[in-house]
Write a protein that binds this ligand. Structure first.
Ligand code: ATP
Length: 255
């Protein structure tokens, strides 16, 4: 079984410890929510796990190998990262951008049928098939966010890491994208999501990691971690955790 892990990561940025002895293990077939206030170190942790940042100390490992030492193409096939922000620097159409997610799979002869099918699936999963011919620069923020997620999904990575994939999505698309990410986990991949919405995190996550000031406050099964005391310690806000009459659990920040 594949295993992605942060082992005692230390990262210093601008003289401050963005990660301060961070250890966490992520499991395949599960959705892990990475939560914490602004500046907690969530994006820095994702960058280390994706092999895009080398920690000053400690190691991010994939199946026991340091992620940073993996061959770039292999790393690209196995770990897909949706970074925060949603900037696109190429003036291309949506399908071309999503197809770029297949690049680590190309064997030298360009796009295969399998590549085209993976792109079609990713467009369908993100409800962006109708946008396929549009220029990316002309999309709304939420449409662009879904297209960038489609690009990562198209790569069908073993590990999908996404930094705020719900930012700027409307509620229907938020729920839809979460359902698709759950499908990805159900198919066996590991999914790690940085989320700011505690309620949606509680809805989607099997596991959760709470971070503050570059440190892990708590990690484990979401039901054990997303508790009022631990959320209070992490964010400094009170929350009400309850169940709707229809039986759905909710987490409501009270202030
Ligand atoms: N390039 C940089 N130079 C200096 N400090 C940085 C740099 N990048 C990040 N930091 C700092 O490192 C810390 C962790 O940042 P990081 O982006 O990982 O936090 P985050 O939890 O993802 O926050 P947010 O929820 O706001 O996206 C913050 O204090 C941030 O100001």
């Amino acid at each position: 079984m594949t295993r992605l892990a942060a082992e005692s990561l230390l990262v210093t940025l601008g003289g401050r410890r963005a990660l301060d002895d961070v250890s966490a293990t992520f499991r395949p077939g599960r959705v892990t929510a990475l939560l914490g206030p602004n500046g907690a170190g969530k994006s820095t942790l994702l960058a280390c796990l994706a092999g895009l940042r080398n920690p000053d100390r400690g190691t991010a490992t994939l199946d026991g190998m340091a992620v940073g030492t993996l061959d770039r193409r292999e790393r690209g096939r196995r770990i897909g990262l949706l970074p925060q922000g949603g900037d696109v620097h190429w003036d291309v159409d949506v399908r071309t951008l999503v197809a770029l997610g297949r690049l680590p799979h190309y064997a030298g002869w360009g796009e295969t049928t399998a590549d085209r099918e993976a792109v079609d699936r990713a467009l369908a999963a993100t409800d962006t098939a109708a946008l396929a011919e549009r220029r990316v620069e002309q999309l709304s923020g939420g449409e662009r966010g879904r297209v960038l997620l489609a690009r990562v999904l198209a790569g069908e990575p073993q590990w999908l890491l996404a930094d705020e994939p719900l930012a700027s999505l409307d509620p229907a698309h938020q729920l839809d994208v979460l359902a698709r990410l759950r499908d990805v986990a159900a198919a066996g991949s590991g999914v790690v999501l940085v989320l700011h919405d505690l309620h949606l995190a509680g809805r989607v996550a099997d596991d959760a990691v709470l971070m503050r000031d570059g440190r892990v406050i708590a990690a484990g099964p979401a039901d054990d971690v997303l508790t009022a005391p631990l959320i209070g310690e992490t964010y400094g806000v009170a929350v009400e955790i309850g169940t709707t009459p229809a039986g759905q659990r909710f987490i409501l920040p009270l202030g």
